[in-house]
Design a protein around this ligand. Structure first.
Ligand code: CMP
Length: 140
């Protein structure tokens, strides 16, 4: 399997509860390498742009409120099959459906405040990484 990069976001519910390190340990234990990382406060525009694909969904406004409610940690994870592996480590979007031992099962509060985001395809990973990082900020 090819080495891939994927965009990860540790969301405000998790930074608020001081879970950045605990979540990063889940990534590293699964063999994912954190090759870029920064803690930022999303502006409304930046959050709306990131989730533009969901703009017709009923949860879009609340989601953008939530994502700007506190700091997030944006990161690039690298590894063999990193996109699928990260989705496995995160667990299902809704923590009620997430498998035991996954980040969302362990830490998510609900379907919106679900602690982490991860890219869902190679195309989206490339777009999402560019949305937050310059090439020179990613050190493999
Ligand atoms: P994420 O993987 O970041 O992608 C879209 C986000 O919308 C999702 O995680 C949740 O935080 C949020 N969300 C809120 N309600 C829903 C819902 N009903 N279905 C999917 N995602 C939702």
């Amino acid at each position: 399997m090819a080495v891939e990069r994927t965009l990860s976001i540790i969301k405000p519910d998790a930074t608020r509860r001081n879970l950045t390190g605990a979540i990063n340990k889940c990534f590293e234990d699964a063999g994912l390498r954190i090759v870029a990382q920064k803690r930022i406060q999303l502006t409304r525009d930046k959050a709306e742009g990131f989730y533009a694909v969901h703009k017709e969904r009923p949860f879009y406004g609340d989601l953008c409120d939530f994502m700007t409610s506190g700091p997030v940690v944006v990161q690039v994870l690298e590894g063999e099959g990193a996109i699928a592996k990260n989705r496995e480590v995160m667990g299902a979007t809704n923590p009620d459906d997430a498998a035991e031992g996954t980040i969302r099962k362990l830490f998510a509060e609900n379907i919106e405040a679900n602690s982490v985001h991860g890219s869902d395809s190679p195309d989206n990973a490339a777009t999402e990484i560019k949305y937050f990082f310059e090439g020179s900020e990613i050190i493999g």
